[in-house]
Ligand binder design. Structure first.
Ligand code: SAH
Length: 233
């Protein structure tokens, strides 16, 4: 069964974007992932095809109308659609590798891309949209966020990554950041590959990588360490 994403956007030409290349591109070609971009504007009700209006209560910018967005969602995702409905939003739950894995094991997703100041609160509630953030910064639209979410999901779909093992050791999969990598040449500008990595001693290599992982995570992401400690309790 393929993973099917329907993206609701005012800029459908931004899809599949970079997902048409490389790993994700091949997954789409094989049919393992399907990405449909649907223009929210096609569901506008009036002659001017307007999708936004000024914010109630005043203030800068425009807000996506709930009626237009609801019509678009209903058209692409009937009631028996089991796919989760996501709204890319800086106020959302931060995206994690665990949620990425969950999404990848499901049938797909309906993804709403906000624009302007965002979307009317009532459609978020009425259509049960799960708000997801890709980080604590503000983009001009949800499209790049949706592309990033889909990139992360597609690469963990079964059969997409060439080496099946690649992935399980990676940053966040173990709750830790990954160890550093090295490749030839043996010496680069006076820096050598750490001896242990060319020792051929697989046990020692594994132990070194584990120690590096821990050290890096402690140093750079104490928040991840705290989370691990909490899980261990
Ligand atoms: N006024 C809003 C920001 C709107 S940005 C606020 O202060 O919260 C316009 C759109 O870009 C949003 O509706 C959302 O879809 C998208 N967006 C911006 N930053 C994002 C982020 N960090 N993660 C996911 N989507 C984001």
């Amino acid at each position: 069964m393929s993973f099917r994403a329907t993206v609701l956007t005012l800029y459908p030409e931004m899809f599949p974007g970079h997902l048409g290349q490389s790993l994700a591109g091949r997954a789409i070609e094989r049919g393992d992932a399907i990405i449909e971009a649907v223009n929210i504007r096609d569901y506008a009700h009036d002659r001017h095809r307007s999708v936004d209006d000024t914010p109630a209560g005043g203030g800068a910018g425009m807000v996506l109308r709930p009626d237009v967005l609801a019509s678009a969602i209903d058209a692409v995702s009937p009631e028996d659609d089991t796919r989760p409905r996501l709204l890319m939003s800086p106020r959302g739950t931060p995206l994690t590798q665990a949620r990425v894995r969950e999404l990848a094991s499901g049938p797909g997703a309906v993804i709403v891309c906000g624009r302007f100041e965002g979307v009317d609160q009532r459609v978020i509630e009425a259509r049960n949209l799960e708000e997801i953030s890709i980080g604590d910064y503000v983009l001009s639209g949800g499209e790049p966020a949706a592309l990033i979410l889909l990139d992360a999901v597609i690469r963990v779909l079964p059969g997409v990554m060439g080496n099946a093992q690649s992935g399980t050791h990676e940053s966040f999969e173990t709750g830790l950041l990954e160890h550093p990598h090295y490749t030839r040449p043996q010496e680069f500008e006076g820096r050598e590959i750490p001896d242990v990595l060319i020792s051929g001693n697989h046990k020692a290599i594994e132990a070194w990588r584990q120690a590096q992982s821990l050290e890096l995570t402690r140093e750079r992401r104490p928040d991840l360490m705290d989370r691990l400690d909490q899980k261990a309790k």
